[in-house]
Design a protein around this ligand. Sequence first.
Ligand code: ZN
Length: 166
Amino acid sequence: MIQPILAYAHNILRQKCIDIEKGYSGLYQLIADMWETMENASGCGLAAPQIGLPVKLFVVDSKTTFEHTKEAEKEMYFEKDDKGVVETFINARIIERAGHVWEDEEGCLSIPGLLQPVKRHWIITIEYYNQHFERRKRTFSGMTARMIQHEYDHTEGVLYLDYLKP
Ligand SMILES: [Zn+2]
């Protein structure tokens, strides 16, 4: 079911989210709702607090972005052999940020109509549980790493606006 997306002034977007226990009631429906809500809004990522739930859950689709990126520009955003990911992240924890810092414009479904440049690390390593509650530790780069850092920030109560110069 498509859920309403909270706008930036809402308190829930400023909370540090809590872990999801295995067996969390309605988890699979919640994950399905997250994807449906994100796709309906033509987004590439969505975090649970954006639909009013302060829990550590977010979804990222960089595959669609990869497919829509012009061939000539792909190497600016994706490593060779990286075609983007479609992934669910539960109780995620970024354990390493590496590579160069690069700036690119970001938008947010909770801050409609605005795009602003944000600096992010090119590479991150993250531990999380996937949609089947299987433990994962993976390294992501480029645009995928950017999207993950943006959504991860939501679960920490951080909005990308916080990084902007006054
Ligand atoms: Zn956002």
